[in-house]
Design a protein. Structure first.
Length: 197
């Protein structure tokens, strides 16, 4: 695996999450294709290892995954392997700007369509209720608080209790110092290409 690292240490402009988000997205965009390929492969291995343990206690569980956009880690090969092992997967669908995400059952290779945001979603509309979610992070802090794109979709999805187990997915260079807001829900764990928190 490549030892080249992206550095976001200077990308922590205090409490201004808009500037922090912009800086972290620029850092993520600057990752070379070779590094991205290596890091995605390692992240995929780590996700498969986590999911293998998770299925020991949730043998009939559904895992909510995400379709990569804007330079997010691409775990689609890992999804294919998990599906081949019999794991049920689901992808999120945006209902509207003020609602939690809705999840739809999905298998790699099934037909996809674009939603109103241009994100690929399953063409079928079979509702699913995941017991765990893989959640992409623009950034994260040592308290496992996620910085996303600012729409609050995952915050609203995780607000009700009981909630699914929430596993953040990020490149290690997304680690930043910032304070969580009152509505932020800390993740249960974060998996990166170098460390699991």
């Amino acid at each position: 695996m490549s030892s080249i690292a992206c550095d976001a240490s200077d990308a922590t402009p205090g409490a201004d999450k808009t500037l922090l988000r912009r800086s972290l997205l620029a850092t993520r965009k600057s990752i070379s294709p070779a590094c991205r390929q290596d890091w995605d492969a390692e992240l995929g291995r780590r996700v498969i290892a986590w999911a293998t343990l998770w299925t020991d206690t949730h043998p009939d569980g559904t895992l909510g995954v995400y379709w990569p956009i804007r330079g997010e880690p691409d775990l689609r090969p890992a999804y294919a392997e998990l599906a081949a092992r019999g794991m049920r997967l689901a992808l999120p669908v945006v209902v509207d700007s003020d609602s939690p995400l809705r999840f739809v059952g999905w298998n790699p290779g099934e037909a996809m369509v674009k939603d109103g945001f241009g994100v690929a979603i399953p063409a079928s509309d079979v509702a699913a209720t995941p017991q765990a979610l893989l959640i992409p992070c623009v950034g994260f802090n040592m308290h496992k608080v996620r910085l996303g794109y600012g729409g609050g979709f995952y915050d609203r999805t995780l607000a009700p209790s009981p909630r699914p187990q929430a596993i953040g997915i990020a490149y290690a260079c997304g680690l930043a110092e910032f304070d969580g807001a009152a509505h932020d829900v800390a993740l249960d764990a974060i998996i990166t290409e170098t460390v699991n928190l």
